[in-house]
Design a protein around this ligand. Structure first.
Ligand SMILES: Cc1cc2nc3c(=O)[nH]c(=O)nc-3n(C[C@H](O)[C@H](O)[C@H](O)COP(=O)(O)OP(=O)(O)OC[C@H]3O[C@@H](n4cnc5c(N)ncnc54)[C@H](O)[C@@H]3O)c2cc1C
Length: 258
């Protein structure tokens, strides 16, 4: 293992943070338990004082096919997964297109789009060196309790990469803000949409400093320039307070603050 300085104002999708020392874990290293693992930082808000951070090295980005299964390393970026599936005519990964991150981040968040979620197509995950079948891992809408560090996952191979489905899912992204963000800030409450609630309390487009609730999609916290962690935090609190006051609904953060 070795240390690397990562500038989170450039690396994180929301462009907030500062140059920070991150421990890079290589195959064979004992994985420390006192560091927080990050993937591609597409769902993170890095504070000025984050906990000690670690990351899997590039060696953990790989594909291996055997006995009807595809094994993918946890550091593999989603874009590469979609390209692999296309090249080898494998079905099921179409929804990963334009869903920024790594496989590890997708597993931990049970990331997905509409009814498509990574756990739907998953067979098992290698967690802390042991293969665990998905049925043994508590998971649901945008969460999975992995209970450790995922280094790889296995998927049963079904042929038939679906171009039409890919196009349909990618076109859903057309009305997504292009300003830097970390995706949806809040999870959708049961039978409702966080974006609708934020809009209903008049916060769509509301700005503090250089951070704002997007005027395109109210559940996207966007960085319009030099947005800070404090501005982001203030907007999250404002939305939570106002939505609770008006609707009695507690919005839960999907974004992870570190
Ligand atoms: C423009 C945009 C659009 C988005 N659209 C969607 C969407 O449609 N659907 C959706 O679900 N998400 C969406 N997101 C959020 C984000 O893409 C997903 O949450 C993604 O899975 C995060 O992956 P990551 O590698 O960046 O994880 P990170 O943000 O780095 O980490 C997220 C969490 O995963 C954990 N984690 C990472 N790697 C591992 C590992 N190997 N083992 C254990 N835990 C790990 C981290 O500890 C952290 O808790 C969007 C984000 C952006 C910026």
């Amino acid at each position: 293992m070795f240390f690397k300085i990562i500038d989170f104002s450039k690396y994180s999708s929301i462009r907030i943070g500062q140059p920070t020392e991150v421990l890079i874990i290589e195959p064979g290293d004992a994985i420390p338990t006192d560091h927080y693992l990050i993937g591609g930082a597409n769902n993170l808000l890095i504070s000025p004082t984050p906990p000690p951070l670690m990351m899997l090295s590039k060696e953990y980005a790989y594909f291996k096919e055997a006995d009807g299964f595809l094994e993918i390393g946890a550091a593999t970026p989603t874009g590469r997964i979609v390209s692999y599936a296309k090249k080898h005519d494998i079905a099921g990964f179409e929804f990963c297109a334009k869903l920024p991150g790594t496989l590890g981040g997708m597993l931990a968040m049970n990331a997905g789009v509409k009814s498509y979620e990574i756990f739907n197509i998953l067979h098992s995950i290698r967690i802390d060196g042991e293969w665990i079948p998905k049925e043994k891992i508590p998971h649901g809408y945008r969460f999975a309790h992995l209970g450790g560090i995922a280094t790889a996952a296995k998927f049963e191979i079904h042929r038939g990469y679906d171009r039409a489905l890919l196009q349909e899912l990618v076109s859903l992204r057309n009305n997504q803000p292009s300003d830097p963000s970390a995706g949806s800030a809040f999870k959708n409450p049961p039978n409702d949409h966080a974006g609708r609630l934020i809009e209903a309390v008049g916060l769509k487009g509301y700005r503090i400093g250089d951070m704002a609730w997007s005027d395109i999609h109210a559940n996207f916290l966007v960085n319009l320039g030099k947005g800070t962690y404090e501005d982001a935090e203030a907007l999250l609190k404002l939305a939570k307070d106002n939505v609770f006051e008006k609707f009695g609904i507690h919005l839960k953060e999907e974004i992870k603050r570190l």
